[in-house]
Design a protein around this ligand. Structure first.
Ligand SMILES: [Zn+2]
Length: 89
């Protein structure tokens, strides 16, 4: 993602509740996965799947933004992971 795309993405996120919601759900899914790996039992996964389905239907016109967001979130998690390894590894 170049700087222009990043800037555009940021501005869109500030003004678009739908994309914000989509990204926050993705974050929750990632968090939920971590808890699942811990062996915890809960029905959150099902609920999140349902919400993601619902949401993506409303997000056709935002698909480019969401694609950028996916990349951004992935980058962010890789970055956080690296930080954790650096500090605690
Ligand atoms: Zn949007």
């Amino acid at each position: 993602m170049d700087y222009g795309t990043m800037d555009e993405f940021g501005k869109h996120m500030e003004n678009c509740p739908e994309c914000k919601e989509e990204l926050s759900i993705r974050f929750l899914v990632t968090e939920g996965m971590k808890h699942l790996e811990d062996g915890g039992e809960f029905n959150l996964q099902k609920e999140l799947d349902r919400r993601l389905d619902e949401n993506s239907r409303n997000l056709q016109r935002h698909s480019a933004m969401i694609a950028s967001g996916r990349y951004l979130v992935t980058t962010l998690f890789v970055f956080i992971g690296m930080m954790l390894i650096l500090f605690f590894g």
